[in-house]
Design a protein around this ligand. Sequence first.
Ligand code: G
Ligand code: G
Ligand code: MN
Ligand code: NA
Length: 251
Amino acid sequence: ANIENHLRKSLMMEQLQVHYQPIIELDSGKIFGLEALVRWEHPKMGIISPEEFIPIAEETGLIIDLGNYVLQKACKQLKIWQESDFDLIHVSVNISTRQLEHNQFVENVIKVLKETKLNPMHLELEVTESIVQNIKHSQKILNELKNIGVNLSIDDFGTGYSSLNILHHLPIDKLKIDKTFINDINTNDYALVKTIIEMGHNLNFSLIAEGIENEQQLNLLKQYKCQYGQGYYFSKPLPANEIEKLLLKKK
Ligand code: G
Ligand code: G
Ligand code: MN
Ligand code: NA
């Protein structure tokens, strides 16, 4: 309860930060987009990992306000960068299943896009495989989002219990291959990642590899025609001002 109150207060005071990790088009090496990742540095408690506070936000329902806050910040920031003439196309925002189940979620996405004047085609929402547990509702919401024009991806793909068959019937554009599969490449365990990419392509999904940390992984993913990737090999998540420096260098 204590950490919940701190989180609530930090959120109200707009003390939560949003960092951005570049998503790279593997063939060209160009930045394709950015993933927004929330960061909490409490004045007294120091840096608290989202792995710790996101689950608390989900349990307490605070994820609704927190999620809206991150969405608003990310859309606003991308619009600013686009207006400064950076060649940026996408921002991805993580959406908890709990948010998707909230009855005002779609309405709020529309509101944020309107307020920030961001074209919906530049926004990507990342959901997890756990959406299949409430498939009827998820299908309805995802279809509504798709109709607005936003892009949809499955985060941490391969760690949940969904099947490609179910996902194929949802309006999903991309699969983000979980970093555990990319990590396995180090131990010469290529079979799964190769299969995921091939099956994904056959079902017309785009693929993003997460957690690329070295050249060996990158080369293999390129060989298997995985189109996009992100990971420490390219850049860790960075605050907006450091992303700007990166973009200036690439200009
Ligand atoms: O960036 P990092 O590895 O610390 O993120 C840890 C976890 O927190 C990841 O699973 C990531 O998806 C999640 N996360 C980060 N930011 C957000 C956010 O804004 N909303 C939600 N729902 N999850 C987030
Ligand atoms: O669940 P999600 O995929 O949104 O979580 C992304 C998390 O992965 C973030 O916490 C981010 O900081 C972390 N991350 C990003 N790139 C790498 C990487 O190359 N290696 C590892 N181990 N973690 C990464
Ligand atoms: Mn994510
Ligand atoms: Na991710």
